[in-house]
Design a protein around this ligand. Structure first.
Ligand SMILES: Cc1cc2nc3c(=O)[nH]c(=O)nc-3n(C[C@H](O)[C@H](O)[C@H](O)COP(=O)(O)OP(=O)(O)OC[C@H]3O[C@@H](n4cnc5c(N)ncnc54)[C@H](O)[C@@H]3O)c2cc1C
Length: 394
């Protein structure tokens, strides 16, 4: 088995690394993958700039058809790009990517022409409207109602935990069009978030960042041409979307790789009683263990990428890395807080803060990694079931 990349792949990786070095401010310690930290003003500015520059490089939607602004590039290129962005903690790669994938798979020609090119240019941001107060892991429990009228659907109800919706122009909304049929009664809509009848309220996360939105729909008229796929055919779109969400685990793992390197550097440079922290046997042991776990995550990632490139099923591999990546990030954040001791909980603006306060943030934010994009319990269920061990559901 040969895990090495080809010369062409390495050359592209180098191009991406050069781009990242250009775009990031000096001393950048990185942010978590996903739009959550973009609700900090400085991060938002950088995210917008990066999103636009990625568009100028033609790196948004690398694999998409040229007719809609894509490059028809092989999948490995996109994977290298996303890995490097996550590893360096670059903000900006928007949720729009996964929503465009849905439109490409299920949308009409008119939708593709209208919605995809502005995404490839890095001009618009999108949000996801799946979760509701009573529909989380069981997304098929969605209650937000869409009633068909002559020229439109009228939406009433509520979404919750919509990451970055306050910055987004559009939201992909999963709505109930048939109350009698749980699984075959959902439809999916592209909703302009400036439509009359929409109100939003930001929710502060445990990190102190107001990254989520509750989005309320009060008689919101959505044109019929914004329906993605068939009416009551939302289950197909939903299953497709689930697959894409679980690659989040891969990005969490690369994010953790950067944090481990920062922690190792700290232990080399920080002296206690005349000795570098890195000489402490317990710290060496714990850092060594973290390195093993991250390496395992990278290899799970290689496996996932390989399966995707071969066009083989990825449910098991993406579930594995989702569970593993979240657990690794949480353990590493815990370790960082223990090593930093009393410096650990300091805010980033404290004059005594170490490592930019990133471990304080990570300690709090990584709790969400085992929930976002599908919880660890539901991912384990996938591995136990048809995609993996073949255990019966009940
Ligand atoms: C950082 C972050 C970003 C998010 N962004 C978005 C977004 O942009 N858009 C959006 O729509 N949603 C978003 N979500 C919501 C996310 O999709 C849900 O949190 C997730 O699906 C779980 O749903 P829930 O929170 O309602 O928990 P529940 O589904 O109520 O689960 C509660 C607990 O029960 C467990 N559980 C549930 N069902 C089972 C089962 N069958 N077997 C075993 N255990 C089970 C779960 O694992 C969990 O531990 C985000 C969440 C987070 C944390």
């Amino acid at each position: 088995m040969d895990f090495r990349y080809t010369e062409e792949e390495e050359a592209f990786r180098k191009e991406v690394q050069d781009f990242i070095n250009e775009v990031l401010p000096p001393g950048w310690l990185g942010v978590d993958p996903g739009p959550e930290e973009e609700s900090r003003e400085d991060v938002y500015e950088l995210a917008l700039k990066t999103w636009k520059k990625l568009g100028e490089k033609n790196w948004i939607g690398l694999t998409w058809p040229k007719a809609y602004g894509g490059q028809e590039a092989p999948l490995w290129k996109e994977m290298i790009l996303l890995e490097e962005l996550a590893y360096r903690g670059v903000p900006g790669m928007d949720l729009a990517i996964a929503q465009a994938d849905l439109i490409l798979a299920f949308g009409t020609e008119e939708q593709k022409q209208r919605f995809i090119p502005p995404i490839t240019r890095g001009e618009v941001k999108w949000a996801i409207g799946m979760s509701e107060p009573n529909a989380g892991s069981d997304t098929f429990a969605v209650q937000l109602r869409a009633v068909e009228q002559d020229d439109c659907f009228v939406l009433n109800g509520q979404k919750i935990w919509s990451s970055g919706a306050h910055h987004a122009k559009y939201q992909v909304v999963y709505a109930r069009t048939d109350p009698e049929n749980k699984h075959m009664g959902l439809s999916v809509f592209i909703v302009d978030l400036e439509s009359p009848g929409i109100t939003m309220r930001q929710i502060e996360q445990i990190t102190g960042i107001p990254a989520f939105c509750e989005v309320f729909f009060d008689n919101v008229k959505v044109p019929k041409e914004n329906l993605i796929g068939e009416k009551n055919g939302g289950w197909q779109v939903l299953l497709h979307a689930f697959g894409a969400e679980r690659t989040y685990g891969l990005f969490i793992n690369y994010n953790a790789k950067r944090y481990l390197e920062q922690l190792v550097q700290f232990c080399k440079e920080t002296y206690v009683n005349g000795q570098p922290l890195g000489k402490n046997p317990l710290i060496r042991n714990r850092l060594g263990q973290a390195a093993i776990e991250i390496e395992v995550g990278c290899n799970l990632g290689h496996q996932l990428n390989w399966l995707a490139v071969q066009g083989q099923p990825t449910v098991k591999a993406s579930s594995q890395i989702k569970v593993h990546g979240a657990a690794v990030a949480q353990r590493l954040a815990n370790l960082g807080m223990q090593i930093l001791g009393l410096y650990g909980p300091l805010n980033e603006d404290s004059k005594w803060v170490k490592l930019g306060g990133r471990f304080r943030h990570e300690y709090l934010s990584s709790v969400a990694f085992s929930m976002a994009g599908g919880t660890s319990e539901t991912s384990r269920n996938h591995i136990a079931g048809r995609a993996g061990l073949g255990l019966p559901r009940k």
